[in-house]
Design a protein around this ligand. Structure first.
Ligand code: ZN
Length: 251
């Protein structure tokens, strides 16, 4: 049974349902029994769950404002926007005690700090302009982090598979995670830095295997599976998180 808030009123003649900010409110005439309302909720169960899920997804959509959240290496981080002399972006270090306490530690408390320089910050009075600035700083940061990590992983995986690209670029893509052409040049989307390392590894292996098969044939997938046995889990992760993995355009 879903939890809901019940508001009764003498003047009301009909039952009404409202879902807002992840909460369900029922407004009912004073003479209607609780059992009747429970049945009503039960009947609307599927609709309510869909509504709640939609709102949850909207919550996960980052608009680059204070308190919104972003994924980084599979970890949900909360945006903390502040200003100081120098602009910089950094992530809080993990709380050691918690890391040690819980084996499946998923820190939701860590912050992704975006520091805007005081000089610039004073000029960013318009919220949308401010959000754009935050996004820009994050793009630069994510790209730097991606370049470093992807090259590191690529070297390792290249050694393991003996599949060696002629050139590697980390860049922005609209709708793909990587690419590989017939000249053996490999590109990776820097926003992939939002995914956990095992997912990043899968995408790298996927592209490396294209050096052998420039298609998605059975033999291609067989090769992927050989080097990345859990690739189905990685593919699934990308699918379930796709709404969070694409940054919205700020207009
Ligand atoms: Zn492919």
């Amino acid at each position: 049974m879903l939890e809901y808030q019940l508001i009764r009123s003498k003047r009301r003649k009909t039952l009404s349902l409202q879902v807002r900010h992840g909460h369900v409110t029922v407004r009912a005439p004073h003479y209607i029994s609780s059992a009747f309302i429970d049945t009503f909720i039960q009947e609307k169960n599927a609709w309510l769950r869909t509504k709640l899920a939609e709102q949850q997804e909207a919550l996960e959509f980052c608009d680059f404002t204070q308190g919104s959240s972003l994924l980084f290496l599979g970890e949900q981080l909360t945006l903390n926007i502040c200003s100081a002399k120098q602009s910089t972006v950094f992530i809080d270090s993990p709380l050691v005690s918690e890391v040690e306490l819980y084996s499946d530690y998923k820190p939701s408390l860590r912050q992704l700090n975006v520091v805007i320089s005081e000089r610039v910050s004073a000029k960013l009075t318009e919220p949308l302009v401010r959000a754009k600035r935050v996004k820009k700083l994050l793009e630069t940061y994510f790209k730097q982090q991606a370049e470093q990590l992807f090259i590191e992983r690529l070297e390792l995986l290249s050694n393991q598979t003996s599949l060696i690209p002629t050139k590697v670029t980390v860049r922005q893509y609209r709708a793909r995670w990587g690419s590989c052409n017939n000249r053996g040049e490999l590109s990776l989307n820097y926003l992939l830095i939002m995914a956990p390392v095992f997912v990043i590894d899968y995408v790298i292996i996927h592209e490396l295997c294209h050096l052998e098969h420039l298609n998605h044939s059975k033999s291609f997938w067989k090769l992927v599976e050989q080097y990345c046995p859990n690739y189905q889990i990685a593919k699934k992760w990308l699918k379930t998180h796709q709404s969070q993995l694409h940054w919205q355009n700020l207009r």
